[in-house]
Design a protein around this ligand. Sequence first.
Ligand code: 5AD
Ligand code: SF4
Length: 458
Amino acid sequence: MNVLDSELALADLLQAGYEPVDDSQHADVILFNTCSVRQHAEDKIYSALGRLKHIKRQRPGTIIGVLGCMAQRERQTILHRAPHVDLVVGPGQLARLPELIRRVEAGEGPIVELSLDRRADAHGTVRASFLQHDPPRMAAVRPIRQQAMVRIMFGCDKFCTYCIVPAVRGPEQSRPAEKIVAEVRRLAEDGCLEVTLLGQTVNSYRDTSGERPVALADLLAELNEIEGLRRLKFVTSHPRHITTDLICAVRDLPKVSPYLHVPAQSGSDRILKRMRRGYTAGRYREMLSEIRVAIPEAAVTSDFIVGFPGETEEDYRQTVELLSESRFKNSFIFKYSPRPKTKAVELYEDDVPDKIKRQRNNELLAIQNAISLEDAQAWVGRQAEILVEGPSKAARKKRGDDETIQLVGRTVCDRIVVFDGRQELTGTILPVTIEKVDAFTLFGRADPSRASRQAESR
Ligand code: 5AD
Ligand code: SF4
């Protein structure tokens, strides 16, 4: 979501006449788009802001801004801790960014522009203060024209007790299906092959603005018909809203990737209850088994939090069990980070020592990595169809002028594939034969004749 917000903000600024520069030393405006999900993300922003003090001393006209969730959460505190900041803009106010920068340029700063607190006013008023911002898309600001994210929802109403998102991104709002379809159609006309639909709980999408309500499965069916579009993904799903309709849509619609990110968070019913996730580990298992039966080739990924308040060795063992048997393609594992003003902070003491959190995190990661490796090994000798995203990190570092470089792409199931090929293959979809793997990457070889035809036909 933040990557998309940054992309949209950059597009707005380009349209307003700004140009990107390579180095903050040469910038007139320096903006940080921020995350508040864990404390560590916020600490990094304060350090980065600290490093900019000297720029402000050397060139007092430089405008420094903090955008996004941390701006909404920290508010004036940012100006107290970093008085050289000129602009603090919440995620629901990004539509106004160019205007706000102009006002700072005109001498009005510092400016703090935020949406309303969830309990500050009537629900409708609070919701309206989180401006829906989805401007026309500009291919030039995306890493590649062929891949795009499209927001289908704003905010979240789940209030998991550990999570700051409902507070900083505001009430859940689904965008009208009509607007989404029009946006994806325009993207496809503009050469986009793969669209990832975004929402905090993307599968609770429900547009009730038209004659009949539109759920995610209906939206996918409509998007599946768009000419030129080849792949459709959606993230992040909430386990409670994985319906049979949605599973059937993923199974039956040819363009929808058999890929589901459905965070479990914990394997212990006691902890899930404390987290207010609204399901038990048993229900999660049933949901997963329905996916596995309907779509055996599906790649399912998850998130887990370790060291949630009150998590005993037994609770943690239950998480290990759930993770071990679920065979996720990969899992993101986080140490619990108390977020001020969340229910978990109000109700429970952060009582699991950091050392234990770290141990549990490392152990869970090691178990997941072994599963990811086994899962990847099944690909050796098989052909994967990949969308080429461009030079790999190693190739970008090298910067030689060899014709053949190391390229990186993704399968429909979001597996990363590295292979050698010509740079012009970027943005094409082509088959690659997998020769070796590690837990995170498949290494392959493109069929040279197919690959050169693809490059020429672009
Ligand atoms: N501490 C640790 N992890 C968190 N997440 C959300 N809030 C917290 C927190 N306070 C994790 C969840 C979520 C992912 C995006 O971040 O696992 O799925
Ligand atoms: Fe946070 Fe829960 Fe909403 Fe996900 S569903 S954004 S974890 S409150």
